[in-house]
Design a protein around this ligand. Sequence first.
Ligand SMILES: Cc1cc2nc3c(=O)[nH]c(=O)nc-3n(C[C@H](O)[C@H](O)[C@H](O)COP(=O)(O)OP(=O)(O)OC[C@H]3O[C@@H](n4cnc5c(N)ncnc54)[C@H](O)[C@@H]3O)c2cc1C
Length: 330
Amino acid sequence: MQPFEYVRATDPAAGVAAAAALAGSRYLAGGTNLVDLMKEEVERPPRVVDITRLPLRQVQRTRGGLSLGALLTNTETANHPLVRENYPLLSQAIVAGASGQLRNMATNGGNLLQRTRCNYFYDLATPCNKRQPGSGCAARDGRNRIHAVLGWSEACVATYPGDMANALYALDAAVRVRTPAGAERLIPVTELHRLPGDTPQRDTTLEPGELILGIELPVAAAAFARHAHYLKVRDRASYAFAMVSVAAALELDGQRIRQARVVLGSVAHKPWRSAVAEAALVGQSVGEAAFRQAGQLALQDARPLAHNGYKVELGRRAVERALMRAARLA
Ligand SMILES: Cc1cc2nc3c(=O)[nH]c(=O)nc-3n(C[C@H](O)[C@H](O)[C@H](O)COP(=O)(O)OP(=O)(O)OC[C@H]3O[C@@H](n4cnc5c(N)ncnc54)[C@H](O)[C@@H]3O)c2cc1C
């Protein structure tokens, strides 16, 4: 591990000032991703700003819905009665991830910003545009079984591997951020992560030094509480990242679909919300025919690589299955 300066933030303003003052600084929350990356020297921040003592652990009802602190652990979030009752999709997605021990350490802010699991990103002996811009992409023609089938570029075929974010995309959540100028801004979570384009080193739209304060869940998304399902397909039954995952949610009027959400995980550089599948479901009756069509539409733009063609059919079927379970038909 490279030497680095350690700063403990005493309040959000001081934390943001410390991080913004030195390029490449990183915030330390649960440390379950950052510390691994630093040990492997994939990340070499000159300064680490410890935010673990900041008062960002609230679960608060707001007029607009529910506010979750950035430093609330994944376990605390998934188990909270207000989350379980109103946003069960979020609880399901969180508990599908990692292990109990990791979820006890991992925070909501850190989970959103976890980095890709592309093997070449971790392997300093190989080129990787995300780790070292301009060096090339070893995964493009390498072992790319776990990589993207949607939205990738010649510069990067890595995926965003997390589970929690997929549910947040389906629930129209927003991320509250403090900027180095001392302002707060709300970012729709669907605009937090980026597609790689020519700058895959940037995972998100956050500016240097910006600190996530919390996650805002809109009250309207509670309409999906009765018919939602998170489906995660993986090599092992637990403690493994998804090959493909689906966050599916429906608001029903009898057997008719009033609103739908379809988000695929581990198929692109960001959670992949399929507007076309969602639009096609509106007004239809629940059932295999509608759900199969949604799966076809969600993957219609897929461009598989040499070793991940399986993700296309898996994705289609996972969408259909997740919607069937959300509708309580399977
Ligand atoms: C073996 C293993 C298996 C795993 N399996 C899964 C899985 O199946 N599904 C899944 O979703 N995840 C999985 N994970 C990832 C795990 O969920 C993440 O490591 C964890 O959520 C990161 O949270 P953290 O608080 O520890 O973040 P940290 O490691 O502290 O930080 C991660 C990044 O976020 C930044 N950051 C943290 N908080 C803030 C903030 N408030 N504002 C701005 N920046 C911030 C940090 O600077 C850093 O860049 C796994 C991890 C491991 C080690």
